[in-house]
Design a protein around this ligand. Structure first.
Ligand SMILES: [Zn+2]
Length: 306
């Protein structure tokens, strides 16, 4: 994967909220078990939280370094092409991924017959954040909050992905973001509202279907990622994406299947607790999205062959 250093990154699509940032400041309860806001929180945890699911390493990431700034940074200057080092900053790289993913949906969403795509921001936070779905800490992993329609990620999650799950390739990062934007698409389409009434765990649950669909949407984006242009419309965002990159995304999808996570945490594989799908399924649905390059082929609700 190569990023185009001449591409102008649209930093208005991301927000660096820093440590404990968000609407009210302070670090409180993580979303799961936060209590008191069961309705929304329940939906988030059961249906939409994270790539990994609520049960994973709840506080695993909150004891990292303490050097982050409290108030966040305006990324406009940091990520400008006039800064020769801008692509070395993970926030700028991730902003570029977000630009590419949203550029893809801007073009493709109308084909799904539900009007125009509504862009949304990704909030980079550290340790903990206040969201429209309650307070969350990094341990829940990246997530999409349907109530405020935003994506949240602590970028140190990628280190966790590499060290604990062996998903080391850089292309794991845009895959993660594209998966979360997949949940935004589901929110816009109303898929998640419908699925919210279904089973929240189990091998054929609504939750698993939503997650596999988000993986498939991520694959569809990956197929078209090199076509996406920067905000001037002149420069491609990616100069190249190779088969090796795609394998990295597939490996990541595989590493975070429910069965693999259950095994890794020392437990028995218990399909009744599946929320995201098995390694084999996640890999297969991402690949299906990539091979077909069309989100209309991602209907995980209409098939018996999950
Ligand atoms: Zn998800």
């Amino acid at each position: 994967m190569e990023l185009n250093e001449r591409a102008e990154i649209d930093t208005s699509q991301v927000n660096d909220v820093g440590r404990g940032g968000g609407s009210g400041g302070g670090i409180g309860f993580p979303i799961p078990g936060g209590g008191g806001r069961g309705g929304i929180i329940g939906i988030v945890v059961a249906v939409l939280v994270a790539l990994l699911g609520g049960g994973f390493g709840l506080n695993a990431m909150t004891n990292g370094d303490d050097t982050g700034q409290a108030g966040g940074t305006d990324l406009k200057e940091v990520c400008a092409t006039s800064n020769p080092q801008h692509l070395e900053d993970p926030r700028c790289r991730n902003a570029l991924y977000v630009n590419s993913i949203q550029g893809y949906w801007q073009k493709t969403y109308p084909e799904l017959g539900k009007g125009k795509y509504e862009p949304t921001v990704t909030n980079f936070f550290q340790a903990a954040v206040n969201t429209g779905c309650g307070q969350a800490d990094s341990g829940v992993g990246p997530f999409y909050c349907p109530a405020d329609r935003k994506v949240y990620i602590d970028l140190s999650f990628y280190d966790e992905l590499a060290s604990r799950f062996g998903a080391k390739g850089e292309f794991a990062q845009p895959y993660v973001l594209a998966h979360e934007y997949g949940h935004h698409i589901q929110n816009l389409l109303g898929t998640n509202a419908k699925a919210g009434q279904g089973d929240q765990s189990g091998p054929r649950s609504a939750s698993v279907r939503l997650e596999l669909q988000a993986d498939c949407y991520a694959g569809a984006w990956a197929r078209h990622a090199t076509e996406s242009k920067d905000k001037t419309g002149q420069q491609p965002l990616f100069t190249s994406i190779t088969e090796a990159d795609i394998s990295e995304a597939v490996n990541t999808a595989e590493a975070i299947g429910d069965d693999s996570i259950q095994e890794r945490s020392g437990g028995r594989v218990n399909p009744d607790q599946f929320t995201h799908g098995t390694s084999e399924q996640r890999k297969r649905w991402f690949t299906q999205g990539y091979d077909r390059g069309d989100p209309k082929t991602c209907d995980t609700f209409a098939t018996d062959q999950l």
